[in-house]
Design a protein around this ligand. Structure first.
Ligand SMILES: [Zn+2]
Length: 341
């Protein structure tokens, strides 16, 4: 038996302070409303002045401690290495997250995700299906994403896939050479359709896909992904308020790093951010490091969320997931002084 006493315990509905947590055989056996001593405990730890919170579930993790999800590591899987390192930051489950990349690199990550899910490592964070910050984002809002890897949703679905461009089948090789000819020096050799082929191949390990729904074919891609059970997240996007609502009506259920890499919230043009804030069906990531989003807007977003979730019917309280972004929890900065997101 392990007893953790005297801390403020963050419970689903309140903070209990002081409180005592009794753990037996790896599970919480009792929560006591006191700061009592350990009694017959094998181990007793006094945590006065500390918080004890549930493990964080982070839906947006590119990497940590210098390990990136897309790294090729001779010493082993990048995903396994990230899972091993996350618990020290309080993260006990996470969606490994990729930036826009080619199908081989994507496939390598998704294979690692599958292996980690099939055989979870002891004392590591649980690996959840991946989050693809995908190739289908708006080049104008790409931020830290490699622009040479961005592709068109219309091109992806135009190659004869159901839900594609409604009968206007596009010859894939012709499309591929057209794409390559456009910006040959900057465009790695793969097509938009190759990415969907990879998503189909590894479907159970693809959880969340971030995209910009306002791109040509974007709403078709939202429907294509949502109908296959993937969670569509709106981000790196210039979507207007109306375009964002259309994406939600098509099945989008999340927003990627709310406020970052999307047009600013305007009082006459609320945009994607405004649509997310007023839509119960949509969960939102927000980067709470104090640098990516002004604390006042974090307060506004979370207060608004809490007020409406408190009054929401059961089953509707799916908003307000928060996730960190960037490589490493303590450091959200990116090379060249720009911020991720
Ligand atoms: Zn991003």
């Amino acid at each position: 038996m392990i007893v953790l006493s005297g801390a403020a315990l963050v419970l689903p509905d309140r903070i209990l302070s002081p409180g005592t947590l009794v753990i037996e055989e790896g599970r919480i056996a009792e929560i006591r409303t006191d700061a009592a001593s350990g009694g017959h405990a094998d181990s007793h730890f006094a945590f006065h002045g500390h918080y004890i919170v549930p493990g964080f579930i982070d839906v947006h993790v590119h990497g940590v401690d210098g390990v990136d999800s897309l790294d090729m590591r001779p010493e082993g899987d990048a995903i396994g290495a990230i899972a091993e390192r996350l618990p020290r930051y309080g993260v006990t489950a996470f969606c490994p997250t990729t930036v826009a990349c080619g199908p081989e690199a994507l496939g390598r990550v998704l294979d690692q995700v599958r292996r980690a899910r099939e055989a979870p490592a002891a004392r590591a964070a649980r690996v959840l299906p991946a989050h693809l910050e995908s190739n289908f984002i708006n080049p104008e809002y790409a931020g830290a994403q490699p622009s040479g890897c961005l592709r068109s949703p219309r091109a992806a679905l135009g190659s004869g896939r159901p839900g594609g461009s409604g009968g206007s089948r596009v010859d894939r090789s012709a499309k591929a050479s057209a794409e390559r000819a456009e910006r040959p020096a900057e465009r790695p050799d793969f097509t938009a359709a190759d990415i969907l082929t990879e998503i189909e191949r590894a479907a159970p390990d693809v959880g969340i896909v971030t995209l910009a729904s306002e791109l040509d074919g974007g709403l078709d891609l939202v429907r294509w992904l949502a109908s296959r059970g993937h969670r569509v997240s709106l981000g790196h996007s210039a979507a207007t308020y109306e375009e964002a609502l259309a994406a939600v009506a098509s099945g989008a259920r999340q927003a990627t790093h709310l406020f970052n890499r999307m047009p600013p919230l305007g009082h006459r043009a609320p945009g994607l951010a405004g649509a997310v804030l007023q839509t119960d069906e949509v969960a939102a990531e927000i980067i709470c490091d104090g640098a990516h989003v002004h604390p006042a807007l974090i307060r506004t977003a979370t207060t608004d969320h809490r007020r409406r979730v408190d009054g929401a019917p059961r089953g509707r309280d799916n908003r307000g997931q928060r996730a960190d972004h960037g490589s490493g929890v303590p450091d959200a900065g990116r090379p060249r002084g720009s911020l991720a997101g």
